[in-house]
Design a protein around this ligand. Sequence first.
Ligand code: C5P
Length: 271
Amino acid sequence: MSIISFRKTDFLPSSNTDAVPGARRIVIAVDGPAASGKGTLAKRLADRLGYAYLDTGALYRAVAMATLEIGGDPAQWTDVEPAINIIKRNLTPELLSNPLLRTPEVSEGASKVAALPQVRQALLEYQRAFAVNPPGYVGGAVLDGRDIGSVVCPDADIKFFITASVDERARRRFIELQQGFETTSFETVLEDIKRRDQRDQTRSIAPTLAADDAYILDTTGLTPAETLEEAIGVIRAQFLAETAETAGTAGSSSGGGSGGAAATKAEKMAV
Ligand code: C5P
């Protein structure tokens, strides 16, 4: 069955109306290290659920690219500040999907600007506004990044932390770069990823971190389609559990049967 029918009615907590302006939207956080598959999963989840999608890494990449274009050092706030102002005025979906954001130089620069507290603060408001009020009056938003579940949206409805072995991640990034006609060796890609992991995990502000309540999903050896199905299974299970809990509470307070509402929802979800 299509998950769409389950999303429209049951996926939104009952206190929410459907996607109308002002209604609280579902927020799904997808965090993880470079090339773990979080972007692929987040995009597919958003497509499947009809939600808006934000690649927050692209924000940091855009800031890095603008800094490099003006000849600045991505590690120096005084160089990055003018770039931030340019980016804030020109944030468009086209900018965030520019393939030039994916070059190794920009990747390296992104991880440097991302370690600057001023940069993180400047991008925080945009990310939170997107989550609370995604474009298009859709029922929810999927954000991927490093600190979505821990810092940007600590109250996200569902949190995933996506991992994969470093070799697998380097292999994926290597293939991606080759398809983009970048000439680099596998060893260089592996070293780049290790260096970026180290910087992203050890920075003092918002390091790459699985939130305590995140579901950890290792995508090593999984195809994107298998990863998506696993994630959908987690979402179903979480909402089923919440439904059962609500029904149980309602049942105990009214003295009636407690399984009815949960069963109905489970039937609708065909799980
Ligand atoms: O996810 P992606 O590899 O495109 O991110 C590029 C860089 O941006 C990361 O290496 C990380 O330093 C930074 N980033 C971050 N917080 C996010 C998303 C990305 O620090 N939420």
